[in-house]
Design a protein around this ligand. Structure first.
Ligand code: DC
Length: 223
């Protein structure tokens, strides 16, 4: 029998990764954070000194980036040419380059191939922007997770503050709006709710409440 797959899509800051990780743990599935894969690729472009508008150079550099995903005790590590880059992919610089470079079709097709390969081998909870609509159109469960821009910005702001990073709520909100726009207006595989996805607005909910709701939607296996 084929593997079971759960697709969770939505905009930045909706809580996808926290909830997807918790859900995967509860179900005993592998969690696949596809954003981290695009981030590793963007890090490769930055390290090679590629400008954010130089798509020709990105396409060439794609061929020299081997992005691999490994799992240890259910936790994902992203390897870039064999190096674990988990510690380098969450900066604002990488976030920006990722948002810009993930528009490119060659970059996307390379990541999509890898994502589909993982879903063939393992039961997965995969989160991203185009998982239910493009990467895994036959996923067993599809969820579109979102929240208002204000709530998402406030969450990011609180996260940064907790880490002791100085930041401005207005700037974070502006950067989220920009990313939303780019993610949902790109030509190839944009952020979109799949027709058969369940819409969940997490604005007034805690992480625990969202995880519980998704578990309720996903348990009970195929069908
Ligand atoms: O989920 P995240 O913040 O780590 O995603 C980083 C960027 O990657 C974001 O700008 C959208 C892009 N992305 C994408 O285009 N497709 C995916 N499946 C996952 C992420």
């Amino acid at each position: 029998m084929g593997k079971f797959s759960i697709a969770i899509d939505g905009p930045a800051g909706a809580g996808k990764s926290t909830v997807a990780r918790a859900l995967a743990k509860r179900l005993g599935y592998i969690y696949v954070d596809t954003g981290a894969m695009y981030r590793a690729m963007a890090l490769h472009f930055i390290r090679n000194g590629i400008a954010e508008d130089d798509f020709a150079a990105m396409e060439t550099a794609c061929d020299t980036a081997e992005v691999t995903i490994i799992h240890t005790d259910g936790e994902q590590a992203v390897l870039l040419n064999g190096e674990n880059v988990n510690g380098f992919i969450r900066t604002e610089q990488v976030s920006h380059m990722t948002s810009v470079s993930s528009v490119n079709q060659k970059v996307r097709l390379k990541m999509v191939e890898l994502q589909r390969g993982l879903a063939v081998k393992e039961n997965v909870v995969m989160d991203g922007r185009d998982i239910g609509s493009y990467v895994l159109p036959d996923a067993d469960r599809k969820i579109f997770l979102t929240a208002s821009v204000e709530v998402r910005a406030k969450r990011r702001y609180d996260e940064q503050k907790a880490k002791g990073t100085e930041c401005s709520l207005a700037e974070i909100e502006e950067s989220i709006r920009e990313r939303d726009y780019r993610d949902s207006h790109r030509e190839f595989a944009p952020l979109v709710q799949a027709e058969d996805a369940v819409y969940v607005d997490t604005s007034g909910l805690t992480i625990e409440e969202v995880t519980e709701e998704l578990y309720r939607l996903c348990r009970g296996g195929r069908g």
